[in-house]
Design a protein around this ligand. Structure first.
Ligand code: SF4
Length: 366
């Protein structure tokens, strides 16, 4: 069963095409969680954590389900397309998650002013009492606002800024209650697992990938079959994979978000642009984000622009000392991505630092 339809369906059409969720099969929470574990489903927001283990971790009373539909990665549009074309599948997944952890409340988070709002409100209204436990919340449009601890803080009445973890949201989340935060694509897959069972899900598992548009492909698809050149797997906080690695790895290696570089582009310039964005988007409440990321972004910009000097030496010194120093993983992801760029675009680094000049032939070596 696929995630995307060719356009939104009414609730009645959705159920006619996909069938109802067979709640009777899951009389106990444990049976449903076991099915999800057996399906091998992993989170599609970038982390790739096993969904069944996350469901099992919520053991306290009064839990809440949070569906993250904010999609903070500027190069990713998969969640937007999913919510616009298959909103009922995401809502089904939220109810399945509620059933699995015993939650009476679920929140669907989207960016403030999102064009998705009207369709989502309409979809909720179509479902009647079935959806009374679901509400939609608009979250500020900032990169770190959709980080899971930031969402939890915002939904608890605070700022949409990350907070220190642990405790994880599954232990202490919205209003101090155990909270399951999952990406909307993960929840849509959960609705499919509940319908078809673990075995059929594994046999037909797909993933949403943003290249020139959003495509739904089997998870066994090689990254190299989607695009030529290196791939930034896992989004802006992920790692660059060289073109030779994309020939070996499938989309399952880039859970949730893959950023594809134009084969003609310079990987160092792409990385400098991403670092500048990440430095500007931090919540500026910890040292690594206030000082470390702007300095690293500045060094990378110099390296990318082939400015003579010692930017590369400063990067080699600065990158290792940032990790683990922030309240959240935002700076860790940025430096991991930057370090992987220095490895994958090693030939470009040499060209940029020796004055040899960065040519198309060098770029194709990555
Ligand atoms: S590490 Fe950066 S993004 Fe994370 S909480 Fe601190 S300032 Fe905010």
């Amino acid at each position: 069963m696929r995630l995307l339809t060719d356009g939104p369906r009414t609730f009645a059409q959705h159920n006619a095409e996909r069938g109802f969720v067979p709640w009777q099969r899951f009389s106990s929470r444990a049976a449903l969680v076991d099915e999800v574990l057996a399906s091998g489903l992993r989170g599609r927001g970038g982390g790739g954590f096993p969904t069944g283990l996350k469901l099992r971790a919520v053991t306290w009373r009064g839990p809440v389900v949070v569906a993250n539909g904010c999609e903070g990665e500027p190069d990713s549009h998969k969640d937007h397309v999913l919510l616009s074309r298959s909103p009922h599948l995401v809502l089904d997944g939220m109810l399945v998650a509620c059933h699995a952890i015993g939650a009476a409340e679920a929140v669907l988070c989207v960016h403030a002013g999102s064009p998705l709002l009207a369709g989502l409100i309409r979809a909720l209204a179509e479902r009647g009492p079935d959806a009374n436990r679901i509400r939609i919340v608009e979250v500020p449009r900032r990169y770190v606002a959709s980080e899971e601890s930031a969402l939890v803080n915002f939904l608890s009445g605070g700022d949409a800024r990350p907070t220190t973890t642990p405790p994880r949201p599954t232990e202490r989340g919205v209003d101090g209650r155990p909270t399951l935060v999952d990406n909307v694509e993960t929840l849509a897959h959960l609705a499919i697992v509940a319908r078809v069972g673990a075995e059929a899900f594994r046999a037909g598992e797909t993933a949403l990938v943003t290249t020139t548009g959003v495509h739904e492909v089997p998870v066994t698809t090689r990254l190299a079959d989607l695009v030529t050149g290196p791939v930034l797997a896992g989004g802006y906080g992920g790692v660059w994979l060289s073109a030779s690695r994309t020939g070996e790895l499938t989309v399952a290696a880039a859970p949730g978000v893959a950023v594809f570089r134009s084969p003609q582009g310079c990987g160092l310039r792409d990385t400098a642009g991403i670092l500048a964005y990440l430095a500007a988007e931090s919540a500026r409440q910890c040292g690594p984000c206030m000082f470390g990321l702007p300095a690293i972004a500045g060094d990378f910009a110099e390296l990318a622009a082939e400015v003579p000097g010692h930017a590369l030496e400063r990067l080699r010194r600065r990158l290792p000392v940032v990790t683990g120093r922030g309240a959240c993983a935002h700076p860790d992801g940025a430096v991991r991505m930057a370090a992987s760029a220095l490895d994958v675009f090693a030939a470009e680094v040499v060209a940029h630092t020796t004055g040899a000049g960065c040519t198309d032939a060098i770029r194709r070596t990555a």
